[in-house]
Write a protein that binds this ligand. Sequence first.
Ligand code: ZN
Ligand code: MN
Length: 482
Amino acid sequence: MKVKTLVGMEVHLQLRTKSKMFCRCAVRYGAPSNTLTCPVCLALPGALPVPNRDAMLMALSLATALGCEIAQQTKFDRKNYFYADLPKGYQISQFDRPLGTGGKLEIVTEKGVKSVRIRRLHIEEDVGKSVHGKDVSRVDINRAGTPLVEIVTEPDMNSPEEARAYLNALRTLVHYLDISDGNMQEGNLRCEPNVNIHIKTDDGIVKTPVNEIKNINSVRHVEKAIRQEVDNHVQAFRERGAAIADEPRCTLGYDDKNDRVFVMRHKEEAHDYRYFPEPDIPPIHIGAAWRSEAGDRVPELPWTKRERFAASYGLNDYDANALCRERPLAEYFEAVVKAGCAAKPAANWIVGDLGRHANVANTTVDALGIAPHRLAGLIRLVEEGTVARQTAVKQLLPRLLEADSDPAALVEELGLAQVDDVELIEREVRAAAEAHPQAIADLRAGKNKAIGAIIGFVKKQTKGKANPKIIQDVLKRILEES
Ligand code: ZN
Ligand code: MN
């Protein structure tokens, strides 16, 4: 059975502004309930909303970075519906003239780079929050009016992995633009994937209904929920055949404890939100001055940086991608290289060894406290052969993490310098050969694995400090003697 998976994504992103979208209330998480409200965000009669300039510019910078076509004139609309967390009865959103249309976002998966097309990008306000207790539910309006950007894609993602890559790429981008925390766990990036499959049959292509999954709180769960939903569509086709194409679309939820998607409601009739232009906010003309001010906020973008790192530092895609995922890390890497060491080993140290330390400490590499010139110094010591790499990883790095010490001085102090004394090393290699005659015989027979016994012996005798290149040279000579 030939199955094509189609996933589109709708993301609501909270902008990191000081105040709300249409009033002066602070945007702050964790304040006592209903303390961050005013007549505007409560929609009391006579109160007038005024768009937040900073939020407009943040959204414009995102639209610019995504390559959207930016509307000459944009406007706000009321989206009418009643819900407990929306006591004012409508949400100010954008309907037929969104801020941006078109555009694309590049994603990186194990299979390479591809583009996901953006359908539209608009601004709206967040709603309040229902807080459910044991016997009673309460409503907290603090969050109502927080600026959101809604970004809708075309169904261009063809696997759960691509959906995850899209969310990661979007988070990276909003971090680069410094407009949002983009954190799913904290709810400032919320996403609703829509999923269906196309099945090729003898009578043509059967398209399953496009179902939307809500309330997923981590990127990992997005991937699992989509995988689950795709399986459900395949299963439904096996059971009911082409008839599933006419079944109603569903809104689904995801139960992460049981890794299961479940039906919340059927979308038999389209919701009628009775959109109409927000009468209290005149249409907004987006002229050259706004465009260039938004453009000034766009730094070198992750995909451009990635390409530059690969081209000018000779890094592979994996390293370039890993280094460019966050801007401070990319800047740290460049500072280390600038402080005087080769780029490739710098990438290896930062992505590999330091990355592991950062993971354990639950922080980022640039925040570990090793100033760029100290890391560059350490890398130079290894590259010049003054100290063995393993010694540097196991003994020097922990000391550099502990205190603001100089790597060269530490090598002196701890006596970690690599032993380059050929005579001494030759003595140890010959001793090793005598102790392990079978290993020597195996090596002569071309069984290269046997080298471990010899190197292990010499390293033990020299406390790991013998220059591995010299060990190899001496051993080669011994093997050639008959
Ligand atoms: Zn307010
Ligand atoms: Mn929305």
